[in-house]
Design a protein around this ligand. Sequence first.
Ligand SMILES: Cc1cc2nc3c(=O)[nH]c(=O)nc-3n(C[C@H](O)[C@H](O)[C@H](O)COP(=O)(O)O)c2cc1C
Length: 207
Amino acid sequence: MSSEHAVNTDTGAGPDKVRLGPVNALYPSLTTLVGAVVDGRPNFLAVAHVGIMNHGTPQYVSVGLNKAHHTPRGITAHGEFSICLPGRDLVEKTDYAGLVSGRRTDKSRLFDVFFGDLAHAPLIRECPVCMECRLARVLDFETHDVFVGEIVQTHADRDVLDAGGAIDVRAVDPLLFDMASRTYWALGEPAGKCWSAGKAMKERLEP
Ligand SMILES: Cc1cc2nc3c(=O)[nH]c(=O)nc-3n(C[C@H](O)[C@H](O)[C@H](O)COP(=O)(O)O)c2cc1C
């Protein structure tokens, strides 16, 4: 570890805590493929800076895209985009989509493309789950624009749905993105049930 990392002995955090500066530690995040129609052609890029903005009605999600990229031009032009979730089997093509720009390379034939309800939100047949989004807002930051989209339709492969029709994340086998290790990770074992793992404690403390 570099000696420039100040040890927090003066703050009460103790010698085991190290100050890293403003490092973004919100990883792993989900690796997605974001698509738009740019100059009449579908174009996709790899995007890991994704967010859930409004969970409810409507459903809003966000993607943070560098202003220099090619894909945002299509999102701005048509007000529509897609977000698809590649499985582990698509790691090579996904990474490629994140290495080359549609500005110089035609990526329109990289995937088997289909369309759903929106004419300018290209979807990827090889991805087990795809969402069609209508652009709702753009947040303008220094280097990135955050495109907030309303999900208008979601498409899923039959074989990634559980018996109740919900998306089974284990079957999707998503690629998790970690910036620090520059590595795609896969899901591990379940660690507990949400809104359930803490129930016994809640009852103990607030009977
Ligand atoms: C795994 C991975 C994740 C990425 N995540 C983002 C991201 O969240 N936002 C972004 O602007 N670029 C991201 N990139 C970079 C773009 O995908 C890349 O620059 C791409 O070539 C841009 O394509 P385009 O110019 O055709 O739009 C990522 C790249 C990789 C490999």
